[in-house]
Design a protein around this ligand. Structure first.
Ligand code: AMP
Length: 292
C-alpha cells in the first residue's frame, strides 16, 4: 500500500494504472475510519482492480464555528485499517496542497444543496461538491463509492456527475449501524455516555415510521409527528429537522410516485447527527399534508 501526498504523484499513479487498463475504484473520506468506511472500501474492491481512498478533512465544507478543529483524526490507525483491507493507495494531501491561497472556484449544485441539511448548513454542500470534483480530477477513478448515510450528499454527487459529465460510475452503499441501530459516524466519538445511549433513538424513530408505512398509514404529516415524538422522549435531543421527501428531488414527495426519503438531523448535546431510511413508493395516493 502506498501513501501519496502530492497531487502530481497521485495523477502519475492513476495514469500509469490506466495505461495498463486497470479499473480504479475510489472512496473519498475525511478519515477516522470506522466499519461504514470499510464497507465502502470493500464495495469499491468488488467493482475495481485497484482501490484508492482519500483522507482529507475538507475545510470548505465546515462553516465558521463548526467542528473543523475538533474533527477526530488518527492517520496511523487509518493507515493500519486500510492496509488490512488491501487498499492500494491512500491519497493524503495537505490542506495547502488542496487549496491554494488564491482559490476562487466552487462547484454548486443548485436547489438540492439548499434543502434538508442545506437549510442550517448553507455552504456545506458547496464545499462537498468542490472537493469531490477536485478529487475526481486528481484521482481520475472509473468508479467512486459513497455512503447512503449521507443521503443528500449521495443525491447531489450523482447530480453533479451527470451535470458536469464526469466519466465516473457512482455507487451508493448501505448504512452500517452499531448494534443498537445508531448509524456509524466519526462524530459519534463526540458523544458522552448518556448522549451515546440516547442517540439510538434516531434509528428507533425511523423504524417506527417504517412500521406506520407498513400499517398503511398514509399521512406523511402524522408519520413525521410520530418520529418527532419518539425523538423528544430523549431529553438530550434537539431536533434540527425531520423531513419526508422524494428520494431523488428532495422536494415534496409526489403522491404515489417514486421512493421517499425520511431524513433527520438531531443534536445530542453539541453533536449533530444525521440518519435516514428510504421507503419505497407505493403507487397509491398519499396524503402529504404540509411538509417543510
Ligand atoms: P466521511 O468520512 O464522514 O466524510 O464519510 C466518507 C464516506 O463514508 C461518505 O460517502 C459517507 O456517506 C460514508 N459513510 C459514513 N458513515 C457511514 C456509515 N455508517 N455507513 C455507510 N457509509 C458511511
Amino acid at each position: 500500500m502506498k501513501v501519496i501526498n502530492s497531487i502530481k504523484d497521485m495523477r502519475a499513479w492513476s495514469k500509469a494504472q490506466r495505461r495498463q487498463d486497470k479499473i480504479i475504484g475510489f472512496v473519498p473520506t475525511m478519515g477516522f475510519l470506522h466499519e461504514g468506511h470499510l464497507s465502502l472500501i470493500r464495495k469499491a474492491k468488488e467493482h475495481s482492480d485497484l482501490t484508492v481512498i482519500s483522507i482529507f478533512v475538507n475545510p470548505a465544507q465546515f462553516a465558521p464555528g463548526e467542528d473543523l478543529d475538533q474533527y477526530p483524526r488518527d492517520f496511523e490507525r487509518d493507515e493500519k485499517l486500510c492496509a488490512q483491507e488491501d487498499v492500494n493507495v491512500i491519497f493524503y494531501p495537505s490542506n495547502d496542497n488542496m487549496y491554494l491561497d488564491k482559490h476562487k472556484t466552487y462547484v454548486i449544485t443548485e436547489e438540492l444543496s439548499k434543502k434538508l441539511c442545506g437549510k442550517s448548513r448553507s455552504t456545506h454542500f458547496r464545499g462537498v461538491t468542490t472537493i469531490v470534483a477536485k478529487l475526481f480530477n486528481i484521482v481520475n477513478p472509473h468508479i467512486a463509492v459513497f455512503g447512503q448515510k449521507d443521503a443528500q450528499q449521495a443525491v447531489i454527487i450523482q447530480r453533479m456527475v451527470t451535470d458536469l459529465n464526469f466519466d465516473i460510475q457512482i455507487i451508493i452503499s448501505p448504512i452500517i449501524r452499531e448494534a443498537d441501530g445508531l448509524a456509524m459516524s466519526s462524530r459519534n466519538k463526540y458523544l458522552n455516555e448518556n448522549e451515546r445511549k440516547q442517540a439510538a433513538v434516531l434509528y428507533r424513530s425511523l423504524q417506527s415510521a417504517k412500521t406506520e408505512f407498513e400499517k398503511d398509514n398514509r399521512s406523511l404529516l402524522e408519520i413525521k409527528d410520530k418520529i418527532t415524538a419518539v425523538i423528544k422522549n430523549e431529553p438530550a435531543s434537539r431536533i434540527d429537522y425531520v423531513e419526508i421527501v422524494d428520494a431523488q428531488t428532495l422536494g415534496s414527495p409526489d403522491p404515489g410516485e417514486g421512493d421517499m426519503l425520511i431524513a433527520l438531523a438531531v443534536f445530542f448535546g453539541k453533536t449533530r447527527l444525521i440518519d435516514n431510511i428510504i421507503v419505497p413508493g407505493k403507487g397509491e395516493e398519499w396524503s402529504t399534508g404540509v411538509l417543510e
